[in-house]
Design a binder for this molecule. Structure first.
Ligand SMILES: Cc1cc2nc3c(=O)[nH]c(=O)nc-3n(C[C@H](O)[C@H](O)[C@H](O)COP(=O)(O)OP(=O)(O)OC[C@H]3O[C@@H](n4cnc5c(N)ncnc54)[C@H](O)[C@@H]3O)c2cc1C
Ligand code: FES
Length: 270
């Protein structure tokens, strides 16, 4: 089981913000029209967004494509630092420049059932196009959504609208399971004796390490979307590499922006 290789077509386009609204505490959803990117986007792929020139920020910021609706795409983003704070202040008709779709894609297999998607915090954003593709492929899908608390909970209604059986975990117990989303994953694997399933995950490194261990312990194929910091997103600067095990038992560094962002969990050397 290997994530799919990187498709070739990329576009670098000026566009305007259509909407940019808060959807949860410290999280926004930005919508823009990018017909070429919308027509070519695949689950797990991302865009590299040039934040307006007057911000003084030279480097673009990467965000997964959250949804594709006609010729529009959306991105769901968390406020982290300067770039995302500038983004959150953009209004309708403000200009941005978007490069994409970038990176490889999740592989959808017809055999394993159900598919289990596990998102921690804004990591759930990387799994939403995948959830839509799984629905279109008639794959029964469980969605496990982890969040710090109820106010920061993301995407639950969007997942339910797609028919995804959704389970919630919060760190403070304000809604759903009180604890980590990885505990919820183990609980569900045990309760329903799910051994012929497949896991797709995105979230903080600690969560992805724990998901990797669970996948290995239960011998369930697991694909991870990595979110390493990026410079160029074009395979040139090597700023985004992660350590990966090769078939010969050696190690090499692979670029999250081009060989990834999706990797088989068993290949990642943490
Ligand atoms: C392929 C990919 C897809 C992504 N998709 C999404 C998405 O859909 N939604 C979303 O909210 N975020 C996503 N991210 C993360 C997002 O790119 C960063 O949060 C954003 O670039 C931060 O920009 P900033 O200018 O606000 O913060 P900065 O000022 O650049 O950074 C502020 C602080 O956050 C840390 N930081 C920044 N980026 C990262 C990172 N990637 N990992 C760990 N620490 C970081 C920095 O070290 C610094 O301490 C994705 C990242 C990648 C690589
Ligand atoms: S970000 Fe430059 S090589 Fe990946």
């Amino acid at each position: 089981m290997n994530p799919m290789p990187t498709p070739a077509k990329k576009f670098d386009l000026p566009t305007e913000v259509i909407s940019n609204e808060p959807v949860a505490e410290s999280h926004y959803l930005l919508r823009c029209a990018c017909p070429e990117i919308a027509a070519n986007a695949l689950p797990g792929q991302f865009i590299h967004v040039l934040i307006p020139q007057d911000s003084g920020l030279l480097l673009r910021r990467p965000f997964t494509i959250y949804t594709v609706e006609g010729d529009q795409i959306t991105m769901l983003y968390q406020l982290i630092g300067e770039g995302t704070n500038v983004l959150s202040r953009l209004k309708r008709s403000d200009s941005i420049r978007v490069l994409g779709p970038l990176g490889n894609t999740f592989e959808i297999l017809s055999g394993p059932n159900p598919a289990i998607i596990v998102g921690g915090g804004a990591g759930i954003a990387s799994l939403m196009l995948l959830a839509a593709a799984l629905r279109n492929a008639d794959v029964h899908t469980l969605g496990l959504v982890g969040s710090m608390n109820r106010a920061r909970l993301l995407s639950v209604e969007d997942l339910k609208a797609m028919g995804v059986e959704t389970h919630i975990a919060t760190d403070d117990g304000s809604v759903g399971h009180h604890g980590f989303v990885t505990e919820l994953l183990t609980h569900i694997l045990e309760t329903y004796e799910l051994r012929n399933s497949i896991i797709y995950a995105c979230g903080p490194d600690g969560m992805l390490r724990a998901v990797t261990k669970i996948g290995l312990d239960y011998q369930i194929p697991t694909q991870l979307a990595m979110e390493n910091r990026m410079g160029c997103a074009m395979g040139v600067c090597l700023g985004c590499v992660c350590k990966v095990q090769t078939p010969g038992g050696e190690f090499e560094y692979q670029r999250v922006c081009t060989e990834g962002p999706v990797f088989s969990a068993e290949d990642i050397v943490w």
